[in-house]
Write a protein that binds this ligand. Structure first.
Ligand code: SF4
Length: 253
């Protein structure tokens, strides 16, 4: 199921990816195809980074992953899932008891409260099962658009392109979207890339970002994607940043 997009006309114009084949849309589609081919070459396998056993434990892990690393989530979930492997078991714990299991992840009190409410709602309204529709998922406590899309994609195999702040930033760096928010970027990426590739591209973007983009100093010319895909503006901005220290050093000589 493909979820409806809002206000696509304006966003299509923003991304330059509308059906009318302007020169910019041709460039964009070629760029997207080249990025997709490179990511397929670099990351032919796309294992799911968050450890889980079923849709419920995946949902819990994704809720926990907000503003923390997958590694940290994977450290705390074994004990949590041993104590509460099902919605019924999680709903029997208090928020304070859940918080004790997850205190090492950021925002533990809020996440514990959300997990308690989420488990209760699954028991009371969904027969203790994780729903497989976007609207029902985002109606659960602690579940936003990105979390719902991850669950649809990774638990139910539905086409989705979850966009977090990292993917949002990469799409901007690679000149794929000028979206101001992750939601806008998601619309652009869904339009640019074939639906059959969305689920794996989401993970491939994440792998590439983790492997390359956290570096404090990065050279666009050396990068396998930015060297040819970055926007002219970004290349100019980055080269200004790089030349500033040299200019200061020259002035102090
Ligand atoms: S140059 Fe490479 S590492 Fe730096 S932002 Fe672009 S893709 Fe990421």
């Amino acid at each position: 199921m493909v979820r409806p997009r809002a206000k696509t006309a304006a966003r299509g114009a923003r991304a330059g990816a509308t059906a009318g084949a302007t020169p910019r849309s041709l460039v964009l589609s070629e760029k997207a195809a080249r990025i997709q081919a490179l990511l397929d070459e670099l990351y032919p396998e796309t294992p799911i980074p968050l450890e889980h056993a079923d849709p419920f434990t995946l949902l819990v892990a994704v809720v926990l992953s907000a503003q923390t690393t997958d590694k940290k989530v994977n450290q705390v979930t074994p004990a949590l899932f041993a104590a509460a492997p099902t919605p019924e078991a999680m709903a029997k714990l208090s928020a304070a008891e859940i918080a004790a299991f997850i205190r090492e992840v950021g925002l533990a009190p809020q996440k514990a409260k959300a997990l308690r409410g989420l488990a209760e709602k699954l028991v009371n309204e969904h027969g203790s099962k994780v729903p497989s529709s976007f609207d029902e998922l985002v109606a659960l406590p602690g579940v936003g658009r990105k979390t719902a899309n991850v669950v649809l994609s990774q638990a139910f195999g539905q086409p989705a392109f979850p966009v977090d702040t990292h993917i949002h930033r990469l799409a901007a760096r690679w000149g794929l979207s000028r979206g101001r928010t992750p939601d806008h970027t998601e619309e652009d990426l869904r339009r640019i890339f074939p639906e059959s590739a969305w689920n794996r591209l989401h993970l491939q973007f994440i792998y590439f970002g983790r492997e390359h983009c956290p570096a404090l100093r990065h050279d666009l010319a050396e990068c396998r994607i930015c060297s040819w895909a970055a926007t002219k503006k970004r290349i100019a901005d980055e080269s200004k940043k790089k030349s500033k220290p040299r200019a200061k050093a020259a002035a102090s000589r």
